[in-house]
Design a protein around this ligand. Structure first.
Ligand SMILES: Nc1nc2c(ncn2[C@@H]2O[C@H](COP(=O)(O)OP(=O)(O)OP(=O)(O)O)[C@@H](O)[C@H]2O)c(=O)[nH]1
Ligand SMILES: [Zn+2]
Length: 203
């Protein structure tokens, strides 16, 4: 599965064209309301660009979990913790539609099968590429890893900067929001939790 590009949308072309046209008209109105001249040379193609960019930035919406994983689940007797850390993500906050930019660390303890490593990053993108709040994204990623792997435990930590807190509002550029979700063994066993935190460099 190759990464999605701005020009491919995961739906029939006519549906994408309808969405692009609708968003384009709305962006034209927004430019006008901002006091801009939407017809000046520099802005002529802006509504279309914004429409395509917004569809790209939310392309995880309504996509099933299987689309991120395919067949990449492999039988394995290994029952040691697997950690993939520092998976970068770009999302949009659902309150202001401004960027949330950060990193996700994922750990799981396999129980009979392991998942293709890249699929953990694809799971992150599936939930990041839509309008989000960080807490829900954290939980959705953890639930998806658990559901797809039947792992004994799943740990997810998300560290992010919210542009709505940096570029406007309280204007705190250095604030970092950390959320985590511990399932199964990670919730019940402090040693497993601490090992995860050590491995992600936060213990
Ligand atoms: N819990 C949570 N809050 C978020 C997230 N992203 C943005 N927010 C917050 O959503 C809140 C919306 O608050 P409102 O008072 O309705 O909006 P606002 O007037 O724009 O608030 P300010 O940002 O404080 O100016 C703000 O406190 C944001 O910081 C997130 O991922 N999780
Ligand atoms: Zn926001």
């Amino acid at each position: 599965m190759s990464p999605l590009h701005e020009d491919d949308f995961p739906e029939p072309l006519d549906q994408s064209q309808t969405r692009i046209a609708t968003i384009e008209a709305a962006v034209h109105q927004i430019l006008d309301a901002l006091g801009e001249d939407p017809n000046r040379e520099g802005l002529q193609d802006t509504p279309k660009r914004v429409a395509k960019a917004l569809l790209y930035l939310t392309h995880g919406l309504n996509k099933p979990l299987e689309s991120a994983i395919g067949n990449a689940l492999f039988a394995s007797d290994n029952d040691e913790m697997v950690v993939v850390r520092n998976i970068e993500f770009y999302s949009l906050c659902e309150h202001h539609m401004l960027p949330i930019i950060g990193h996700v660390d994922i750990g799981y303890i396999p129980q009979g099968k392991v998942i293709g490593l890249s699929k953990l990053a694809r799971i992150v993108d599936l939930y990041a590429r839509r309008l989000q709040i960080q807490e829900n994204m954290t939980q959705q990623i953890a639930d998806a890893v658990r559901e797809s792997t039947d792992a004994r435990g799943v740990a997810v930590q998300v560290r992010a900067a919210h542009m709505c807190m940096a570029m406007r509002g309280v204007e705190k550029v250095n604030a970092e929001t950390i959320t985590s979700m511990m399932l199964g063994t990670f919730r019940s066993d402090a040693r497993a939790r601490n090992e995860f935190l050590q491995l992600i460099g936060r213990g």
